[in-house]
Design a protein around this ligand. Structure first.
Ligand SMILES: [Zn+2]
Ligand SMILES: [Zn+2]
Ligand SMILES: [Zn+2]
Ligand SMILES: [Zn+2]
Length: 720
């Protein structure tokens, strides 16, 4: 954040980093947001001519960065920056009339930050520092950069004593012609070769295969530098660590030609299928060499990034034995099955690396390569950590960040494999997103999907035995569970809401497909309030436990309106053409596909044992009271369970586990609900208010899911 000694109107590296953090959290693209400020857009009235005034600019930031409030002084600083900057390099123009900023400047600036390669971003930073705008950095400006970078480093938790000499050296080295000043070209060239600087600026350097994916890491045990072979010392014991191959170096040693990172694909077709180890220098820490069986001294050996085998330098001989990819062999997509093809062979161009290779996968026998999708925005910082760890455990080319273009690229890359599995890391919404994408993809085999639940709720993950939320356990164990999991079909339902009065459509319906549950009335009403409160006060809802307590508070609060009383009078239900009898006390209806709701509550409840008597016959619809007692839930039976809810108090009791279930009304293969007044509704946890309408839920398809092997007796749900 801006500190007191900043000169007004300048952006500091800390500001720059902060802005990038904000952008990483946001899912919007600047070009879509800017559209709303152009004539005909939602916010067109905030624009005057081609300009934005301060107020409009703040609105833009809030919208674009998806935050409720953006620090006003930061907003003012950015605004001042845009007023002063000559972003397109043209000679100084007159500032917009009345002191606004140009829309196109704002648009250009943020699109470079979104899409820019390190080179473009470095050009940007140069312009930030070149205060007098003469195209040269003089010694005072260079000193200023160093001071500012120190602050930025400090902000990121770097040990600045180690960084100062690196930056000093760099600035000297950059001035190639010894002129005492640095021009743009010198700056960009020097910057591109300065790894700590690039990491500091948050620039990813994954242009070429063989480049490490660096990140700053603090080590809590003695660790050695792969370049100078000295220990990482100092307060923080920090250095740069490669996410992919675990190679570790001092900040200052990252510039001294470290060994390259492991290859992630082969360059020629001849290498396809040739399983060779990829040896990377490693801190072997007295492990045994698997060739001569003697201990390996620190840094006297290497490890293979695929099979994790360790050897002495002198025991690394090419050829036999082949790399078998070790414990994770069933999941790893090894480099020798990935190869570049020509533009004619893949016209979709969805699997292009930043340095221009179009990659394809050769068929592999007897393994199930895992395609991993991570939603880094799920579960606080947990998502990012999971993403990093999987990049190290597997081939980074099989691990996809969902905020980077969604699931399409990954699915396209794997499309020709006959056998593969998917692991999706995120909340239930992320799972639904992926299932939709698979449906829309034209792939020959629909891969089965396992879930690593991040964040709270996660009803889908719960009933597939993946748990309610990942808490940081060893991801190798998670991969083992995926390997031992079993495939099961999951029903998916299409839900069609037709308003009775087309002019009165109300809020948009959140989804057209239901994976988990749908409800009307009391449950949805609580969810609606809960949802809007959570948007307003996220800090109150930052843990699963708190979520449950808050839910209980809403469910039982006196002020809770009785809008759902006498639900019977304003709604009618038919199941497969059969009208349901509803009782007077009813205040809510829930339609269930899976046996978990709002983070683990089960509204259907345990079923009575049938004592050897045949189970309720599989029929399209069951409404008989006695038969319903023995009817069990099954996520693959193409049937839904319909439950009646009596009121706020009962809901509170169910959510907090004081009561086990609602009232069973029906088990059915389709349902039509007609409402006569506006009522709160929700699909898969997304609530909205819906004016009078007809809702029809019918079976859509089945998705292939993976269910984890039982570890402890399941409390409420048994798979056949
Ligand atoms: Zn070193
Ligand atoms: Zn590496
Ligand atoms: Zn190996
Ligand atoms: Zn050896």
């Amino acid at each position: 954040m801006a500190s007191a000694d900043d000169t007004e109107g300048t952006l500091t590296p800390v500001d720059f980093i902060q802005l990038q953090h904000y952008m990483e959290e946001s899912s919007l693209r600047v070009k879509d947001v800017i559209k709303e400020f152009h004539p005909g857009g939602r916010y067109a009235k905030h624009t005057s001519g081609e300009c934005l005034h301060l107020e409009g600019f703040c609105l833009f930031l809030k919208t674009y960065l998806e935050v409720e409030s953006f620090p006003p002084n930061f907003c003012q600083k950015l605004f001042n920056y845009f007023q002063q900057a000559e972003l397109d390099g043209s000679p100084k123009r007159s500032t917009p009339h009345g002191g606004g900023v140009f829309l196109r400047d704002v648009s250009c600036y943020f699109s470079v930050l979104e899409e820019g390669q390190p080179r473009e971003k470095l050009e940007f930073t140069f312009k930030l520092y070149d205060k007098d705008g003469n195209g040269l950095l003089d010694s005072s400006e260079v000193d200023r950069i160093i001071a500012q970078m120190m602050r930025a480093a400090d902000y990121l938790g770097w040990d600045v004593t180690e960084l100062r000499p690196v930056l000093k050296d760099m600035m000297t080295a950059i001035d190639v012609d010894d002129s005492g000043t640095v021009n743009l070209e010198e700056w960009v060239k020097g910057g591109m070769n300065n790894v700590p600087l690039l990491v500091l600026l948050g620039l990813r350097m994954t242009e070429k295969d063989g480049q490490h994916i660096w990140r700053l890491k603090h080590f809590n045990k003695p660790t050695y530098c792969g370049v100078c072979e000295n220990m990482l010392l100092g307060l923080g014991k920090q250095g740069l660590y490669c996410n992919c191959c675990a190679y570790t170096v001092h900040n200052q040693c990252a510039n001294k030609n470290p060994e390259p990172c492991a290859r992630t694909f082969v360059k020629t077709k001849e290498e396809i299928g040739k399983a060779t180890h990829d040896w990377i220098r490693a801190d072997c820490n007295a492990s045994k060499c698997q060739v001569c069986f003697k201990k390996i001294k620190t840094l006297a050996g290497k490890h293979c990034v695929w099979c994790q085998e360790m050897r002495h330098d002198e025991c690394v001989v090419p050829g036999v034995p082949k790399c078998d990819c070790g414990d994770l062999k069933d999941h790893i997509l090894p480099p020798w099955v990935i190869y570049p093809v020509s533009k004619e062979e893949d016209t979709n161009l969805l699997s292009v690396t930043p340095d221009g290779h179009i990659l394809q996968i050769a068929p592999i026998l007897d393994t199930h390569p895992l395609l991993v999708f991570v939603n880094p925005k799920s579960g606080g910082k947990q998502g990012e950590r999971v993403l990093r760890k999987f990049q190290g455990l597997l081939n980074p080319r099989q691990v996809y960040n969902l905020s980077n273009g969604g699931p399409i690229r990954g699915l396209h890359f794997f499309r020709n494999l006959r056998q593969f599995k998917i692991l999706v890391c995120g909340g239930d919404g992320t799972v639904g997103w992926l299932l939709d994408a698979i449906d829309k993809m034209n792939i020959s085999v629909h891969p089965p999907v396992a879930v690593l639940p991040l964040g709270t709720g996660n009803d889908m993950a719960r009933c597939l035995r993946w748990g309610g939320g990942y808490e940081g356990s060893d991801l190798k164990e998670v991969l083992k569970e995926v390997k031992d999991s079993r495939q099961i079909p999951l029903d998916r339902w299409s839900i069609k809401v037709t308003p009775k009065n087309p002019q009165d459509a109300g809020d948009p319906v959140p989804y057209e497909i239901m994976n988990n549950y749908f409800s009307i009335g009391v449950d949805a009403s609580i969810a609606h309030r809960f949802h809007s409160m959570r948007e307003k006060h996220p800090q109150k809802f930052n843990s699963r436990m708190k979520n449950k307590l808050m839910y209980f508070e809403y469910a039982t609060s006196e002020s809770f309106s009785s809008s759902c009383k006498n639900l019977k009078d304003c709604l009618s239900i038919t199941c497969c053409g059969k009208p349901l009898n509803l009782c007077n006390s009813l205040e809510g209806i829930a339609v269930l596909n899976i046996p978990s709701m709002h983070g683990g509550s089960n509204l259907w409840g345990e079923s009575k044992k049938t004592d050897g008597a045949p189970e309720a016959v599989h029929s399209e619809v069951i409404t008989d009271h006695e038969l319903l007692k023995t009817a069990t839930q099954d996520i693959s039976d193409k049937r839904l369970e319909v439950v009646g809810l009596e009121g706020v108090l009962e809901m509170g009791q169910i959510y907090t586990g004081l009561k086990s279930a609602g009232h069973r009304l029906a088990q059915t293969s389709e349902i039509t609900i007609s409402t006569a007044k506006a009522l709160p509704m929700q699909i898969d946890g997304e609530p909205w208010m819906q004016p009078p309408c007809e809702i029809k839920i019918t079976h859509k398809s089945q998705a292939a899911m993976l269910v984890a092997a039982p570890t402890k007796p399941s409390s409420f749900f048994q798979f056949k």
